[in-house]
Ligand binder design. Structure first.
Ligand SMILES: Nc1ncnc2c1ncn2[C@@H]1O[C@H](COP(=O)(O)OP(=O)(O)OP(=O)(O)O)[C@@H](O)[C@H]1O
Ligand SMILES: [Mg+2]
Length: 303
């Protein structure tokens, strides 16, 4: 089956800045795919290349088999991108924006019911005739989402859709994204809320400094991570942690010590023995399996 998105050896230079350094992966059709990475990793650049808004310096991107440069019209039809920036045409009302977008894809009056449905789902019906300049940030975000979905694209890319969005809209977006996914759409999500990706996405790619550093199912990413956490409540909040354990400290505040332990090389018995030898006492302890956040931090840590 042809991939929803196929990215092949993509490089992007902005002057001297090498923003994407040979990125190569596929997004399977029908998947709920998380594209994660710290600020400046190159996520939006990659998304803008998919959308045909930025040209790759080298390499190719196909959307459902169509090259975004040479078959841009077909590629564009299969893709809906919700951009990170809240750029919206200030001269039109919400309805007009959606009708114009619909016209751009050659969809006439017969698309009106879908536009009405989008307005309803995104809680914009009462803003339909409001000029876009008069909308709040969260409402603009909703308009951008509606705009991206006007032509019912097979592949939906959401570039940080929940940044700066209130809890209610965030939850509504999760429900909506899941519904699109269940209806067979491929969903690509970037977010800085790792928990959000952990809850929603089946497949995760992590970009760091323009390179892919991980690509796997969520469960495989977690199971290949060789660390777990040991959380201890110390009886002396300012205890001096022995040197042998210092490089394992994940955090140490208010007497709560969290150690990051290698599954094979750091037996808990040995760790507890070192603490006892240093005269450090604790009133509670438990181990925790890592979450996606730990995996993300370990793969994108600045060297
Ligand atoms: N139009 C541009 N001109 C020059 N440099 C750019 C441009 N757009 C992005 N960059 C640079 O490319 C790099 C990647 O930026 P990009 O916006 O793709 O990152 P990102 O992963 O989306 O980050 P964020 O999480 O902050 O949204 C950054 O160093 C950025 O400064
Ligand atoms: Mg970005």
């Amino acid at each position: 089956m042809v991939a929803a998105v196929s990215i092949s050896q993509v490089h992007k230079h902005y002057g001297n800045l090498h923003a994407l350094r040979g990125v190569d992966f596929e997004i399977p059709r029908g998947s709920f795919f998380g594209l994660l990475g710290p600020n400046g990793a190159g996520k939006s650049t990659l998304i803008n290349i998919m959308a045909g808004l930025v040209r790759a310096t080298q390499g190719t991107v196909h959307i459902l088999g169509n090259d975004v440069r040479h078959q841009w019209r077909q590629a564009r039809h299969s893709l809906g991108v919700v951009p990170q920036e809240l750029a919206i045409d200030p001269f039109f009302t919400v309805s007009e924006i959606l009708r114009l977008q619909s016209g751009y894809f050659g969809l006439g009056q017969k698309n009106q019911p879908w536009i009405e449905e989008l307005l309803h789902i995104l809680n914009l019906s009462d803003k339909a005739n409001t000029n876009s300049q008069e909308l709040s940030g969260g409402m603009r975000r909703r308009v951008l989402i509606a705009q991206a979905l006007v032509h019912k694209p097979s592949v939906v890319v959401l570039d940080e859709p929940t940044a700066g969005v209130d809890v209610e809209l965030r939850k509504a977006l999760w429900v909506f994204a899941n519904r699109l996914h269940q209806n067979g759409h491929t969903i690509v999500l970037t977010t800085h809320y790792i928990e959000e990706a952990e809850n929603l996405c089946e497949q995760i790619a992590i970009l760091n400094q323009g390179q892919l550093v991980a690509l796997d199912s969520k469960s495989a990413l977690l199971s290949h991570y060789p660390f777990r956490l040991l959380r201890l409540t110390l009886t002396q909040p300012n205890a001096q942690i022995p040197i042998a354990l210092q490089d394992k400290i994940q955090s140490f505040t208010d007497g709560e010590l969290i150690l990051r332990l290698h599954r094979d090389n750091d037996p808990i018995g040995t760790i507890l023995e070192s603490l006892r030898a240093a005269n450090i006492h604790f009133s509670d302890l438990h181990t925790e399996e890592p979450g996606l956040e730990e995996v993300f931090m370990s793969l994108t840590r600045k060297k």
